[in-house]
Design a protein around this ligand. Sequence first.
Ligand SMILES: Nc1ncnc2c1ncn2[C@@H]1O[C@H](COP(=O)(O)OP(=O)(O)O)[C@@H](O)[C@H]1O
Ligand SMILES: Cc1ncsc1CCOP(=O)(O)O
Ligand SMILES: [Mg+2]
Length: 268
Amino acid sequence: MDTAECLKRVRERNPLVHHITNYVTVNDCANACLAVGGSPVMADALEEAADMSGISDALVLNIGTLNADKVKAMILAGKAANKKGIPVIFDPVGCGATSFRNRMAEELLKQVHMAVIRGNVSEIQSLAGKDAQTKGVDAGTTSGLDEAAATAKALALREKCIVIISGAKDIITDGNTTILITNGCPEMAQITGSGCMCTTVVGTFCAACSENLFDASKAAMMAMGISGEKAWAAYGVQGLGHFHMGLIDYLGKIDEEMIAKDGHFENG
Ligand SMILES: Nc1ncnc2c1ncn2[C@@H]1O[C@H](COP(=O)(O)OP(=O)(O)O)[C@@H](O)[C@H]1O
Ligand SMILES: Cc1ncsc1CCOP(=O)(O)O
Ligand SMILES: [Mg+2]
């Protein structure tokens, strides 16, 4: 499925995307989902997490501000999502920073089948069992592109899922096919929420195009990167606050023509 077709489907289908996410960027994620054409719902109560996933088209699990109860809700929602056959998209925020986070992330992978895992390089290295240090929620340890791609592939094969490492070039792999998205701009790493929004956008595209999660992930990462480029060009001069809002503006403005013309990738 080409990228323009993926975007068209998101807008036609207006999928419901259940999120259990952090309290730092929750509003950014809800607005990013709406802007690209989805319908977000944030629900983390133990009493309703499974029911909400039961009426949704995808589930996004983001451990940015985790606690023991939130993880229990994630497991209930994740199992309901797996049972229903909707994709679960996992953002292992801060994995590699503390042992609690590492243990909880491992537990989630044990209990729930994730369709897509999206994180920065040290988060994915840590999840893959490599020695990695995450600086709070920011990529700590770095790695060459080839080494990062090898780690992503190994994790994708181990978890039977798609793995995305975001960065200057975003790596997307299912363990067999690997591509690099070259859209985006360095300033995206300067605002909190660009990673979380990426995961939300991936979740929204996967919800609408669940028959081809690789193409959906590719289109979603392109949409995010293109929106970042255009927002920086339009609002960067005014500063990071305007850029932040501009990113959501462009997630709403992006259309089939723009994604087909401005989306760039290389084979990995
Ligand atoms: N140096 C860079 N050049 C281009 N795009 C970047 C760069 N750093 C981050 N991005 C983009 O910013 C978004 C968030 O990625 P990242 O900063 O790795 O996530 P996180 O916030 O989870 O650490 C992605 O769309 C990614 O492509
Ligand atoms: C700062 C922070 N602290 C806990 S979650 C969070 C937001 C992380 O967002 P992102 O991964 O998109 O930078
Ligand atoms: Mg992040």
